[in-house]
Design a protein around this ligand. Structure first.
Ligand SMILES: NC(=O)c1ccc[n+]([C@@H]2O[C@H](COP(=O)([O-])OP(=O)(O)OC[C@H]3O[C@@H](n4cnc5c(N)ncnc54)[C@H](OP(=O)(O)O)[C@@H]3O)[C@@H](O)[C@H]2O)c1
Length: 328
């Protein structure tokens, strides 16, 4: 079958690999659409002499075959999932994935609209509801989401608002500001201007939750000035050498969210990702949550993916970019 590999010279190109066979709890998925994430773009090229590496950690497609221990899906089911960083990714015509991290594709969305969702939805859901323990309903207080116009933020805004929080999102440009408002942000601040005076002028001295979707160091002092006593902070990137004393002075809690940890270590909580994707799928079909797809491209090819990788490297993507079909 055809796949797209990252080669040692940094190029994305076609590679022919054997069609895999499902074992254990694996599904063999016929890939219909993929989305690209910063994690794809950040992967280092394999060493010279090593074979190409297949990336791609957002997939929607149709189950073609199942392993003998599969209980949640059957051939013909339409699915969406992010996969696992320690296995080949989904830039291939067929792809193996453990059923415990797969959800039923939203019926009301196209394959591209569905592929836009899984990785960032898992991240936003785990960060808000499982790490910071925001109640799913009737949550009290406010959340500051730093870097909110991208893939994770576009879903985090929707989920935080659904939970009942007041959402203060940051965006730096007119179109990303408009985008976060359309996703449901109550208030918007500019992350390239000092955040404390902006939040004060919006009427907020401190917030109960801070979800930092960007490098941490540039925002750490502002986060510590803006966090409420007993507040919660969740980081998506390693914090580096930040001072923890201000957090201690507030009895604050610091959480790490790394969405590949569950599939990579096969934790007992791995199946939470199946449950949360199923729940999100139902909420999308009820019209409560919406796809974060901003632009879609075709076909899935080295040329299209190279262009999308470049767009993501520039750092100003709103929502998600997805690519459909190997032949269209
Ligand atoms: N730990 C995990 O499990 C996990 C999961 C998913 C993502 N991540 C990481 O989290 C980060 C966000 O992911 P994503 O998918 O949302 O990325 P993304 O879609 O590429 O985010 C793009 C957005 O980031 C904003 N931005 C760019 N530079 C910024 C800065 N210096 N300060 C604040 N905002 C800035 C931009 O807003 P403006 O154009 O308005 O400036 C843009 O809309 C990435 O580094 C990614 O690798 C980690």
């Amino acid at each position: 079958m055809r796949a797209i590999g990252l080669f040692s010279d940094g190029r994305l190109d076609w590679v022919e690999v054997p069609k895999p066979q499902p074992a254990g709890r694996d599904l063999l998925v016929h890939v219909k659409a993929v989305a690209v994430n910063p994690v794809d773009v950040k992967q280092l090229a394999p060493n010279a002499g090593a074979g190409p590496r297949i990336l791609g950690y957002d997939v929607s497609g149709v189950v073609e075959a199942i392993g003998p221990e599969v209980t949640l899906f059957q051939p013909g089911d339409a699915v969406y999932y992010a996969g696992s960083i320690d296995r080949p990714g989904g830039f291939s015509e067929y792809h193996l994935v453990d059923e415990r991290i797969v959800g039923p594709k939203p019926r009301t969305l196209s394959f591209a609209e569905s592929a836009a969702l899984p990785l960032t939805t898992i991240t936003a859901w785990e960060g808000l509801f499982e790490r910071m323990r925001v109640p799913l309903q009737n949550a009290q207080g406010s959340v500051l989401i730093i870097g909110a116009a991208g893939g994770v933020g576009s879903m985090a805004i929707q989920l935080a608002r659904l939970a009942g929080l007041t959402v203060i999102a940051t965006a730096s440009r007119p179109d990303s500001t408009e985008w976060v408002r359309q996703r449901g942000a109550h208030l918007v601040a500019n992350h390239f201007e000092p955040l404390e005076p902006q939040l004060k002028s919006l009427g907020f001295e401190r917030v109960a939750y801070i979800f930092c979707l960007t490098p941490v160091a540039p925002y750490w002092d502002a986060m510590m000035s803006l966090l409420a006593p007993e507040g919660q902070v969740c980081l998506l990137l390693p914090p580096g050498d930040v001072a923890l004393a201000p957090l201690w002075a507030l009895s604050g809690s610091l959480h790490a969210e790394s969405m590949f940890v569950r599939p990579r270590f096969h934790t007992p909580t791995m199946i939470h990702q199946h449950h949360l994707l199923a729940r999100v799928s139902a909420l999308v079909d009820q019209g409560v949550l919406h796809t974060t797809l901003a632009e879609q491209f075709a076909p899935i090819s080295p040329e299209t993916l190279t262009m999308v990788f470049q767009r993501i490297r520039q750092g100003h993507v709103r929502g998600k970019l997805a690519v459909s079909g190997f032949d269209s």
